[in-house]
Design a protein around this ligand. Structure first.
Ligand code: BGP
Length: 470
């Protein structure tokens, strides 16, 4: 649709930036922090581990000062469960609690709205040892962890996100981090874990509303749109299959509290549907999120399954690289889009489409909690980092957000991944996303100095003008 008048960004638009605890903090075993599954996971040879990451734990004041200089209105970060409860349950670690008090206070002091993710992939290892999300005890542990967070930080933090990219954890457990020597869970186990996470999320959001009636809470899923490879009807069905199994199946449970029928049929057909205990669906449904947070990176193009093993491609898949599934869909190429150096499709228009679909389906405000381009940024001899590709990427996505706003979608904020360089989930430190460069290599920690990339001053100007020139 073309418009004569494109809507401006709302005055209270949350111009933000995003990180997660284990990817930015470092200090993996300091001040009483317990081990998480991430601390125990294998790293691809030659890539950075998460022990030091960007050393934000020790440099957060310097970082927040830079966020303030950038003009951020919001900062989306996660709390490491194992800093608060080293074993996942039991005694609170006061030093961990205090760290986030200091971080939140520092943000508020600089007029930056904290947006807190409760759990971003880093399940306490002690819980993993007793079955992790396969164990229903983890549901209670999560709800109790939530209660502690709401009690201690609820008066300072308005925006909360429950679980980051539950769909990524279920669909790509290997890429995100399976503990050392651990085997990949079976499909049956994964969807049981998935179910338990939804019960935990539902109960936690219900508790949240009881404790913090003025706060806002919601899930944060990795959402995208699937394009059909051709106008062949079978391709349309395949694209719909995968869009549902990868996205709607998860978001429908979060928002509506019910299993999407197609998603359920897919699970049932394969004998991997979860056991649902009495009261589970009521718990899931009682959550009622106030907003939907989405992480958007790219779209994918889908063709009908041929029905044999060739449906599954040999390349390694991850959050954004589709692999295909026999009898469900086949990954296809899109001749109209480009890719990043890491093979992720670049598709700003797909963001507008995804926003429209999420809005149409649920009618809730949408917060974009991740979007960005991973690139091997180069530090020049004169200490500049000329990440023009990042500026182009973000500018084009912001333009599509303006179109989506004009379409009538209630987008309340944009938190690009990431505001500062962090360790990638499975591709080390060389794959950078930040607007603030951190001077370290994969193994060589150098001086961890912070340097402003070209995108820093560009985004600063965008925020200063409230996106008027986009
Ligand atoms: C999302 C995760 C983030 C982040 C981002 C980029 O799926 O929520 O934690 O890392 O993807 O992915 P990667 O680090 O794999 O490049």
């Amino acid at each position: 649709m073309l418009y004569q008048h494109i809507k401006p960004f709302p005055n209270d638009f949350l111009w933000g930036g995003s990180t997660s605890a284990y990817q930015v903090e470092g200090a993996w075993n300091e001040d009483g922090k317990g081990l998480s599954v991430i601390d125990m996971c294998d790293h691809p040879a030659g890539t950075a581990d998460f022990t030091v990451a960007s050393d934000h734990y020790h440099r957060f004041r310097e970082d927040v000062k830079l966020f303030a200089e950038l003009g951020l209105k919001a900062y989306r970060f996660s709390i490491a469960w194992t800093r608060i409860l080293p074993s996942g349950v039991g005694t609170i670690n006061e030093k961990g609690l205090d760290f986030y008090h200091q971080l939140i206070d520092e943000l508020l002091l600089h007029g930056i709205e904290p947006i807190v993710t409760m759990y971003h992939f880093d399940l306490p290892y002690e819980l993993e040892k007793t079955g992790g999300w396969n164990n229903r005890g983890t549901i209670d542990a999560f709800v109790e962890y939530g209660r502690i967070l709401f009690e201690h930080y609820g008066h300072k933090v308005k925006y909360w996100l429950t679980i980051n990219e539950q769909n990524t954890m279920i669909l790509h457990p290997g890429a995100i981090g399976t503990p050392k020597g651990g085997r990949l869970p079976s499909g049956k186990e994964l969807y049981q874990q998935n179910h338990h996470m939804f019960v935990a999320q539902g109960r936690t959001m219900r508790l949240f509303h009881d404790m913090l009636p003025h706060g806002k809470v919601g899930p944060a899923l990795n959402m995208t749109s699937m394009y059909q490879a051709t106008s062949r009807p079978a391709d349309a069905i395949a694209a719909h299959n995968w869009e549902t199994i990868r996205g709607w199946g998860f978001l429908d449970l979060s928002v509506w509290g019910r299993y999407n029928p197609l998603f359920w049929s897919y699970l049932h057909e394969r004998g991997i549907e979860p056991v649902i205990e009495q009261g589970d669906m009521e718990d899931i449904q009682s959550g009622r999120p106030d907003l939907v947070a989405i992480n958007y990176y790219s779209t994918a193009t889908i063709a009908a399954s041929i029905g044999d093993a060739s449906d599954v491609t040999a390349r390694a898949g991850d959050q954004q690289i589709m692999l295909g599934e026999q009898g469900v869909y086949r990954a296809a190429e899109n001749p109209y889009t480009e890719k990043t150096k890491y093979g992720w499709v670049i598709d700003p228009v797909g963001l507008r489409l995804t926003l429209r679909k999420v809005c149409e389906r649920y009618g809730l405000p949408i917060l974009i909690t991740e979007n960005g381009i991973g690139a091997p940024d180069v530090l020049e001899a004169d200490h500049t980092i000329n990440d023009t590709y990042r500026i182009n990427f973000i500018a084009k996505h912001l333009e599509q957000i303006r179109f989506a706003l004009t379409d009538g979608v209630d987008v309340i904020g944009y938190c690009p991944w990431s505001v500062i360089d962090v360790v990638s989930t499975h591709q080390g430190y060389g794959k950078r996303y930040g607007m603030i460069y951190v001077n370290r290599g994969e193994q060589d920690l150098k001086d961890l100095k912070r340097l402003k990339k070209k995108s820093f001053s560009w985004y600063q100007e965008v925020i200063r003008k409230n996106g008027r020139d986009i």
